[in-house]
Design a binder for this molecule. Structure first.
Ligand code: 3HC
Length: 294
């Protein structure tokens, strides 16, 4: 089985920096690529902050943090990011045209042996694989936020993904401390197939005035023992991401049961994307999150 040593992570955002973090922590050499230096700087700062959480708790030493950070190189140039990679993990925004364009470029620049993995939360692996010359080496590797904490990686097999590719990615996932499930491609795979309709339903309930934001969250958190309520979770995942997935489900399944509530679309249009924009179902600009009224 091919040994993975060098990993290129495309995107330094919410998921990208988490993926770079866990790969570097497992000993891989990582290049984290984004299109603007400010995104790279922000991603690196987040990784540093998250690693340093462990120092006070005695889980990691300062020296280990320095060594892990030393294995991550921020890169702007796509060619430089992927031309010596054994594995490319893509975590760019959930826009089909953007993903297809990037994969075409990466396929031309990355070594022929490299495995191409997308961290897409719902988009077709087969469709992305088809724009490359190596659909057998193309796979879905879906992480969960916050990547350093969440134990699961969903591995998604596209139409042409080879079993060897699956084995290598199962092995990498294990090395970075994750448990895997193997899913055959379908919109939303396993987790988002269930999660996204549930989160959308919570927004419909708010839109209809069923309960306040804090009561809806409290009901689900305590009634179902979720670690956080659905509206807090939406703010955490990103309202734009949830909306993209909802629109994608409607298009793929041709079923209006996956439609997004007007309120969600309106919030995204207003730039209320959740935690990352400091405004969503809660207002994060103060000391503690303050629920909004709708
Ligand atoms: N990065 C790294 N570590 C983090 C972190 C972050 N962003 N946030 C929290 N942690 C660590 C803390 O340091 C702490 O570590 P410790 O156990 O070693 O002390 C541990 O996680 C627990 O954190 P806290 O005590 O601060 O807070 P909580 O106990 O409230 O846990 C949480 C926070 C882990 C985020 C928890 O609320 C949770 O599990 N929420 C649900 C998350 C979830 O559902 N994620 C999936 C989203 S769906 C998705 O990503 C798919 C996409 O396609 C849509």
């Amino acid at each position: 089985m091919m040994e993975i040593k060098k990993v290129a992570v495309l995107g330094a955002g919410l998921m990208g920096n988490g993926i770079a973090h866990v790969c570097a922590q497992a000993g891989y050499q990582v290049k984290m690529r984004d299109i603007d230096q400010k995104f790279i700087d922000k991603g690196m700062a987040t990784i540093k902050k998250n690693l340093e959480r462990g120092i006070a708790k005695g889980k990691i030493t300062q020296e280990e943090v320095v060594a892990i950070l030393g294995r991550i190189q921020g890169v702007l140039d796509l060619k430089k990011a992927v031309d010596d990679a054994d594995l490319v993990i893509e975590a760019v925004p959930e826009i089909v045209s953007l993903k297809l364009e990037i994969w075409k470029e990466v396929d031309a620049l990355a070594p022929k042996h490299a495995i191409l993995a997308s961290n897409t939360s719902s988009i077709s692996i087969t469709q992305m694989a088809a724009v490359t010359e190596r659909p057998d080496k193309f796979i879905g590797m879906h992480f969960f936020n916050p990547v350093p904490v969440m134990n699961l990686v969903e591995i998604i097999k596209g139409q042409a993904t080879e079993d060897d590719t699956v084995k290598i990615i199962e092995d990498v996932s294990k090395k970075i401390g994750k448990v895997t499930v193997l899913v055959n491609e379908a919109p939303g795979f396993a987790v988002n197939r269930l999660l996204v309709p549930a989160l959308l339903e919570a927004v419909f309930a708010i839109q209809e005035g069923v309960a306040t934001v804090e009561d809806m969250d409290k009901a689900i958190q305590l009634g179902l023992n979720w670690p956080m309520g659905p509206l807090t979770l939406l703010d955490f995942v990103g309202l734009d991401t949830a909306l993209h997935i909802s629109d994608y489900f409607v298009e793929e399944f041709k079923d209006s049961k996956y439609r997004a509530p007007t309120l969600l679309r309106k919030m995204v249009r207003a730039g209320w994307l959740g935690r990352k924009s400091s405004m969503g179902f809660y207002d994060y600009s103060g000391e503690t999150p303050k629920p909004n009224r709708f």
